[in-house]
Design a protein around this ligand. Structure first.
Ligand SMILES: Nc1ncnc2c1ncn2[C@@H]1O[C@H](COP(=O)(O)OP(=O)(O)OP(=O)(O)O)[C@@H](O)[C@H]1O
Ligand SMILES: [Mg+2]
Length: 390
């Protein structure tokens, strides 16, 4: 699990800590804030860090349609270096920190450090790689060469050479999954073989096709709780390996809907629920309420919480008071984080229910009601520019 993120110079995240003030993230986090406060940017930052561990940064930029020069913060003095520190907590063991300096021109980290309790498990500095041997405390230089890769050295590291905590940092980072661009248009499209859904939901049909029989029927049962008229779905194969989703609904016997005509809400809910069966350990969803009926929001929030209980870490953004209302008060106190931008344009954050005004209201109202009853513009106007500093 990721407990903390510090990032500098990534778009509007000029000097940003999640959560603020040395607190720790839990299994479920809900980001709120005005338009442009940096919620999507934060999900992009997580996706960026996950991609570092995979490598191929040029490809990642291409998929998003971004130029490398657009990654760095354009407020104030320009620097090509994005600095980050992610803290991981594995089982009952001590925290492991992954620190890096990513050069946006070279598209790779020129400095990296993974440490636990002050012991270096991996270090990259000036092209030199130092890795602690499997389960040994004192590191040894095992490689010194012109290393060629994009992103992080983790992307090319042979796990057999690495300390188990380094392997776990790599594994969790690579298993970050951002579905921040989930679009019905892409969810609907036929696609060829893939064991994963893309950032926009593309390749849903091939992903569903490779689920085991048990996962398939569990997922269908869960979806029926949302849409009782759903009878079943199949993934239909077409020529040259193309696959498409077909859904049977029980309005009249045998009514079949091709994904091309399936409703947007159901497609989004399928994609979200299906993540329970993916290899991803950290899941990010932007504007989770999009396309979902208000009556279904309670079930959606419960499904997200269940993902957390099943060993996945979930981070969502929302503008919906209803989403907040179905989060239990004790979870909401820790999990709801307000992002805001002071006049300097740099994203900051604060736990929403740590503020005196909202804390007081939460005694009498539900989390969503407090959200409705609070004018965010006024609230953030009084928040200090350095609130996120420990
Ligand atoms: N390179 C950059 N440097 C600094 N700020 C940037 C950079 N790129 C984008 N921004 C700013 O960051 C803002 C944050 O946008 P973001 O999409 O994260 O907001 P959001 O909270 O998701 O808003 P919404 O609720 O509308 O989805 C943008 O509006 C833009 O002003
Ligand atoms: Mg957004």
């Amino acid at each position: 699990m990721i407990t903390n993120l510090h990032i500098e110079n990534f778009k509007s995240l000029a000097d940003f800590d999640l959560p603020p003030n040395g607190l720790r993230l839990g299994e479920f986090t809900c980001l709120i804030g005005l338009n442009g406060s940096g919620k999507s940017t934060l999900l992009q930052a997580f996706d960026f860090l996950g991609q570092l561990a995979i490598g191929r940064m040029g490809e990642w930029l291409g998929q998003r349609g971004w130029k490398k020069s657009e990654l760095a913060c354009n407020l104030g003095k320009r620097s090509p270096i994005i600095k980050f520190q992610m803290v991981f907590h594995f089982d009952e063991s001590d925290d492991v920190k992954w620190i890096g300096h990513f050069n946006t021109t070279l598209l790779r980290c020129t400095y990296e450090l993974i440490e636990k309790n002050g012991a270096k498990l991996l270090e990259v500095n000036e092209g030199r790689l130092i890795v602690a041997k499997m389960d040994q405390r004192s590191p040894q230089v095992i490689e010194k060469s012109d290393l060629a890769y994009e992103g992080s050295v983790l992307s090319i590291l042979q796990l057999k050479d690495a300390h188990s905590d380094v392997s776990r940092v790599k594994e969790v980072s690579q298993s970050l999954k951002s579905l921040e661009l989930l679009s019905p248009h892409l969810l609907r499209k036929r696609a060829t073989g893939a064991d994963d859904i893309g950032v926009g939901g593309e390749k849903l049909a091939p992903f569903l096709d490779q689920l085991t029989g048990e996962s398939h029927s569990q997922l269908q049962d869960r979806l029926r709780e949302f849409y009782p008229h759903l009878e079943k779905w199949i993934v239909k194969g077409y020529r040259f390996g193309w696959k498409g989703l077909r859904v049977w609904e029980n309005y009249s016997p045998g009514s079949v809907v091709d994904a091309a005509h399936l409703n947007d809400g159901m497609l989004r809910v399928i994609a979200i629920l299906a993540q329970a069966y993916s290899r991803h350990k950290v899941l990010l969803f932007d504007e989770i309420e999009n396309g979902v009926n208000p009556e279904l929001v309670e079930k959606l929030v419960k499904s997200l919480m269940d993902l957390g209980e099943n060993g996945k870490q979930v981070i969502v953004t929302t503008h919906s008071p209803m989403i907040l209302n179905y989060i239990p008060d004790d979870v909401a106190r820790e999990a709801v984080i307000l992002l805001y931008k002071p006049a300097d344009g740099r994203t900051r954050c604060v736990r929403f229910f740590d503020l005196p005004e909202t804390q007081l209201k939460l005694r009498a109202l539900g989390p969503g009601e407090v959200f409705v009853d609070t004018k965010l513009e006024d609230l953030v106007a009084h928040l200090p520019a350095n609130h996120s500093k420990p």
